[in-house]
Design a protein around this ligand. Structure first.
Ligand code: BES
Ligand code: MN
Ligand code: ZN
Length: 488
């Protein structure tokens, strides 16, 4: 599917269908269809009692007209509409058009919207066309691909950026959806190398021997129970000329999480191929950065491992030395993500960035706290957190900050014979996990941790999501990185 901006007069565009995005009770932009068609559409909408509420969609055939088919899509009340409303509405429309077998269309937006809205519409179109069907032998949907989507009157740059970002998010979704027998630590590292080659990024992969030599025994311990050894992946993007900032993005990369010796019950083990979602988001972000080329140095870090029970698996009671010299006692082998991140964050700190963002499907507790659609945000820097919250808002990804200042809670990970223990008990489980991570971020580096356990995976068909991996985090981080480029 091609998505592009069109400055062309609608008449010259010579297109058989159009999608009009309408605010509730405000149908002014129908006039862009031309007087004749516009009045016919208005009548049809009245007849069908279409008000423009969010989620409303009306198909209006106009036999014999220059545009033979118009879809009216509701956005809801103008005051309440955000960029993400446009993103969702566009995706829902694209899903519908695809079902109806439409091949070419043009999206018509209300007038005077900001460039970010045009970007959101481009993203919605690309995200809405996503399917993961490579393992369906019969591809009946093949005939129903939309070929071309125009966005009327859109600034070209905004559309181009939206397409790049959404394609990277779809790329992350694809990787998340690949099962553990296809993507394991070794094949994930190969994919990172392939990506780096395609987009001219630097990429260094460390194998299980080098991981041990570098003192990353925490990552190694989590991975050693699997028949497929762990890998440590470091991707680098450096801008031409002087960088305005240097940031590291870290992703949890558990290609499968069985729980290890503290094995998960079957119901909980299902979907744990998605425990690499943070890592997949990192790859998606690096893919975007390589194309948009901001004046910011960006490092992508992934500790990839598979958490399996076996004779060589790490155990409860084990005490392990992490890369920064701190000792970790294992209480529960299913709290493995934070153990791998201990080394990844230590390594990230050694790169001396000003900021680190990590994304991890870290705790079920975070989903209990916030529901499955919102990521938990944790930080050692209120000002950095504020910037990430603003980027997330603009990107249409929900984040909510949880507190890190409860010193009594912190004590729960400082118990036992080692410096830290890898669980803090049932209550405040997302917070104690974040406090554990903080032990491995060097003082002076601003850090935000996103617990994406909930939003990394969708059970539902909703907006631009379909059941499966979501690529959550790509848009927020890209928005943040590009905002550095635009500020200062
Ligand atoms: N990968 C899981 C967290 C998770 C759960 C992500 C559900 C997505 C959906 C993580 O490794 C884990 O197992 N966490 C445990 C920690 C506990 C043992 C302290 C959890 O949340 O139950
Ligand atoms: Mn686990
Ligand atoms: Zn896990």
């Amino acid at each position: 599917m091609k998505v592009r901006a069109s400055q062309e007069d609608l008449k010259k565009l010579n297109i058989e269908s159009a999608v009009v995005l309408l605010y509730e009770g405000d149908f002014k932009n129908l006039s862009r269809l031309g007087r004749g068609i516009s009045s016919k559409v208005k009548k049809a909408l009245e007849l069908e009692n279409f008000k423009g509420k969010e989620g409303q969609i009306e198909k209006i055939p106009l036999p014999g007209q220059r545009i033979g088919l118009v879809y009216a899509v509701g956005l809801g009340k103008k005051e309440k509409v955000e960029s993400d409303t446009f993103r969702r509405a566009t995706a829902v429309a694209v899903k519908r058009l695809k079902k109806d077998g439409v091949k070419r269309t043009v999206f018509i937006l209300p007038s005077r919207v900001k460039d970010k809205v045009y970007q959101a519409v481009a993203e919605g179109a690309v995200l809405g066309s996503y399917t993961f069907d490579k393992y369906k032998s019969k591809k009946e949907e093949d005939k129903k691909e939309i070929e071309e989507v125009f966005i009327y009157n859109a600034p070209e740059d905004a559309v181009k950026r939206g397409v790049i970002v959404a394609e990277a998010q779809n790329y992350a979704r694809n990787l998340v959806n690949e099962p553990g027998n296809v993507i394991n630590p070794v094949t994930l590292a190969e994919e990172a190398k392939r990506l780096a080659k395609e987009y001219k990024l630097q990429c260094k992969v460390y194998d299980e021997k080098q991981i041990q030599e570098m003192g990353m025994l925490a990552l190694w311990s989590v991975g050693k129970g699997s028949a497929t050894p762990p890998r440590f992946i470091h991707l680098t993007y450096k801008p031409r000329g002087k960088a305005k900032d240097k940031i590291v993005i870290v992703g949890k990369g558990l290609t499968f999480d069985s729980g290890g010796l503290n094995i998960k019950p079957g119901d909980y083990m299902r979907t744990m191929k998605m425990d690499k979602s943070g890592a997949c988001a990192v790859l998606g972000i690096m893919k975007v950065v390589a194309q948009l080329k901001p004046k910011v140095e960006v490092h992508g870090i992934i500790g990839a491992a598979e958490n399996m029970p076996s004779g060589s698996a790490y155990r409860p009671d084990d005490i392990i030395r992490a890369k920064n010299g701190k000792y970790i006692e294992i209480d529960n082998t299913d709290a493995e993500g934070r153990v791998t991140l201990a080394d990844a964050l230590s390594y990230a700190s050694e790169l001396k960035p000003s900021k680190i963002i990590d994304m991890a499907t870290l705790t079920g507790a975070c989903m209990v706290a916030l529901g499955e659609y919102t990521a938990g945000l944790f930080t050692n820097s209120p000002s950095f957190a504020q910037e990430i919250k603003e980027s997330a808002k603009e990107a249409g990804e929900r984040v909510w900050e949880l507190p890190m200042d409860d010193e009594r809670l912190r004590k729960k990970i400082k118990k036992g014979p080692a410096d830290v223990v890898n669980t803090g008990g049932r209550y405040g489980g997302a917070i104690t996990a974040a406090m554990f991570l903080e032990e491995f971020v060097e003082n002076g580096i601003e850090w935000v941790h996103l617990d994406i356990a909930g939003p990394a995976w969708s059970k539902e068909d909703y907006g631009y999501y379909v059941p499966g991996g979501t690529g959550f985090g790509v848009r927020t981080c890209v928005e943040y990185i590009m905002s550095i480029e635009e500020k200062k």
